[in-house]
Design a protein around this ligand. Sequence first.
Ligand SMILES: C[S@@+](CC[C@H](N)C(=O)[O-])C[C@H]1O[C@@H](n2cnc3c(N)ncnc32)[C@H](O)[C@@H]1O
Length: 162
Amino acid sequence: MTRLDLFIARMVSQRACLDYAIAAAAQMPGPVFELGLGNGRTYHHMREKITGRDIYVFERAVASHPDSTPPEDLTILGDVRETLPATLEKMGPVASLIHADLGGHNAAKNVAFAKEVSPLIEPLLAPGGLMVSSDRMFFETLEEQPLPPDAIEGRCFIYRQP
Ligand SMILES: C[S@@+](CC[C@H](N)C(=O)[O-])C[C@H]1O[C@@H](n2cnc3c(N)ncnc32)[C@H](O)[C@@H]1O
């Protein structure tokens, strides 16, 4: 696979997994968490497709496209290693859907970071809640789900809180 092939596979898989999880969690009342705003493409997609629930965005420095910038009261600024535990203390296990796209270009660093943040993400999901990630995560109780038809194995992951 060329780097272009890999990039396209990741984007197609990200959209397919997000659409699947958005539909699967649509009847749940809890908020949605977007971890890593970046340019805001996935946030924009979620904002267009999710109705009736707040989407909180976790990001250390907002630098998104103007069309994809979340309101201040739904932006949780800072390092997720600090803001996720603080949010758990404040809100409890409420999230209906968590999407994480926090990784960069270094695969080994992404794995190490996924190991570090998995135990911080896991307790935030409400029972039945879904987690979509661009990196494999390391959860104790969340169950990995089969991918929807358009997604490519290894490019995106879906987990569910039992
Ligand atoms: C790949 S980008 C997200 C792209 C986004 N999904 C999109 O569609 O535009 C990753 C983002 O995660 C953020 N990020 C990475 N590590 C973080 C951390 N420890 N705490 C908070 N934000 C972090 C980076 O600042 C970056 O904006």
